[in-house]
Design a protein around this ligand. Structure first.
Ligand code: DAH
Length: 348
């Protein structure tokens, strides 16, 4: 018996010496340790031995099995580690290789400028609010002190959807009305509303049937035109740099009294006069004014207690000025090359 075990061990050791892959190792394991293998056969022979011999041989056979199983296990572990190392070496990523370029879009400059304006106003305590693009006549006109028959309601200017009552808003000013009515009077208001507006304009370099406005409204006690001037000056400096100067010119809007056009000093020529500012040194960026008492009253605010100012920027105009874009249609075509160019312009 002992002899047999020794020979068998030698045979197994020899066979294992040449093994380099796991499949082969598994086959050998089945061959020697499997049900039909020599070790099992030797176990079967125990039956014919005396009790004493059984005890002795059983012990030796168990030791043998443990040893041989150990040989298979450790070789298996060795081969597995080797295989894993090879796999890792083969799959190593060369991080010095240049990556494949994935084309990415860039945020539209119009969105960016709106976000910038929002940031500035939010830092001054204004809420950013929203309003419907399909609007009722009374919000878009009537409550803003633009009575029936006023030229601004002309079908030439406004997209009417149903009779003369439902329309695509021609300005973001109705959101002033909606906000004041929602608050219901008695509390101050500070809001801006960036949003789409629509007019029956023929599209060209400076007109678009759809464009973005940024409306603003502040209502409180003791608000005067100088508060509007201070606010506008701060915004202009934040957007166009600290050396930006501002001025007001008299104007007319139905919903403000007095009304003004707000100008900034030309950032290109610093007020010297150039093609951008048409040699005036100034660029108009918004309409504004003190909220008309009728509008305050229409919206539940007593004009003897409350005063306020309002303004409306054309977002495309701001972006065109800031980024030197000379055709408004640029914002609305879906040409990726334009978008990439926006990105370049922005990082200049
Ligand atoms: N809604 C005006 C327009 O579309 C712009 C405007 C002017 C808004 C003066 C205002 C304002 O709030 O006070 O031309």
């Amino acid at each position: 018996m002992q002899e047999k075990l020794l020979t068998l061990k030698e045979e197994i050791t020899n066979k294992l010496t040449g093994v380099t892959n796991i499949q082969k190792l598994n086959d050998l394991r089945t061959e020697y340790l499997g049900k039909k293998g020599p070790v099992q056969e030797l176990s079967g022979m125990l039956r014919d031995l005396s009790v004493e011999e059984k005890k002795e041989f059983g012990r030796v056979l168990n030791e043998f099995k443990t040893e041989v199983t150990g040989m298979f296990d450790s070789l298996r572990e060795e081969l597995e580690t080797k295989a894993l190392n090879e796999k890792l070496a083969n799959e190593k990523i060369d991080i010095s290789l240049p990556a494949t370029k994935i084309p990415v879009g860039a945020p539209n400059i119009l969105e960016k400028i709106i976000e910038e304006v929002e940031e500035v106003f939010m830092s001054m305590g204004y809420d950013v609010v929203d309003g419907p693009e399909v609007e009722e006549d009374r919000y878009n006109f009537e409550l803003l002190n633009i009575p029936k028959g006023h030229p601004a309601r002309d079908a030439q200017d406004t997209f009417y959807i149903k009779d003369e009552e439902i329309l695509l808003r021609s300005q973001t000013s109705p959101v002033q009305v909606r906000t004041m009515l929602k608050i219901g009077g008695g509390e101050p208001v500070r809001m801006i509303c960036p949003g789409k507006t629509y007019r029956r304009d023929d599209d060209d370099a400076t007109h678009s049937h759809q464009f973005m406005q940024i409306e603003g409204l502040l209502v409180d006690k003791d608000i005067s035109l100088s508060d509007l001037k201070g606010t506008f000056d701060t915004i202009a400096k934040r957007l166009f740099g600290n050396d930006c100067k501002t001025r007001f010119r008299p104007s007319y809007y139905q919903f403000t009294e007095p009304s003004v056009e707000t100008d900034i000093s030309c950032f290109k020529c610093k007020g010297e006069g150039c093609s951008l500012c048409k040699n005036t040194g100034w660029i108009t960026v918004s309409g504004a004014g003190m909220v008309h008492p009728n509008v305050l009253r229409n919206c539940g605010y007593d004009p003897s207690v409350w005063t306020g100012f309002a303004f409306g920027f054309g977002a495309e105009r701001l972006a065109m000025l800031k980024y030197g874009i000379n055709d408004i249609r640029t914002f609305y075509n879906t040409d990726l090359r334009e978008l990439k160019d926006f990105d370049r312009k922005d990082s200049e």
